[in-house]
Ligand binder design. Structure first.
Ligand code: UDP
Ligand code: MG
Length: 140
């Protein structure tokens, strides 16, 4: 399997509860390397551009407001099959369906406030990484 990079976001519900280190430990324990990371405050408009693919969904407005409700940690994870591996470590979108030991099973508060974002495919990963990071900031 090829070495990939994927975009991860530790969401406001998790930064608020001081869970950045515990979540990062799960990524690193799974063999994912954090090759770029920064803590930022999004505006609702910036969150809206990031989640544009969901703009017709009923939860879009709430999602954008939530993502702008506090700091987020945006990061690039690198490793063999990193996109799928990160999705495994994250667990299902709804924490009620997430496998034991996953980030969302252990930490998510609800289907909306579910602690982490992860890219879902190679094309979206490239686009999402470029939204937050320049090439100079990625140090594998
Ligand atoms: N979301 C929500 N209600 C839903 C489905 C999703 O609030 O019924 C939010 C949730 O924060 C989720 C994000 O929208 O993580 C993006 O949804 P997606 O289906 O892409 O899930 P993910 O890829 O994050 O697992
Ligand atoms: Mg998604």
């Amino acid at each position: 399997m090829a070495v990939e990079r994927t975009l991860s976001i530790i969401k406001p519900d998790a930064t608020k509860r001081n869970l950045t280190g515990k979540i990062n430990a799960k990524f690193e324990d799974a063999g994912l390397r954090i090759v770029a990371q920064k803590r930022i405050q999004l505006t609702p408009a910036q969150a809206g551009v990031f989640y544009e693919v969901h703009k017709e969904r009923p939860f879009y407005g709430e999602l954008c407001d939530f993502m702008a409700s506090g700091p987020v940690v945006v990061q690039v994870l690198q490793g063999e099959g990193a996109i799928a591996k990160n999705r495994e470590v994250m667990g299902a979108t709804n924490p009620a369906d997430a496998a034991p030991g996953t980030v969302r099973a252990d930490f998510a508060e609800s289907v909306g406030e579910n602690s982490v974002h992860g890219s879902d495919a190679a094309e979206t990963a490239a686009k999402e990484i470029a939204y937050f990071f320049s090439g100079l900031e990625l140090v594998g």
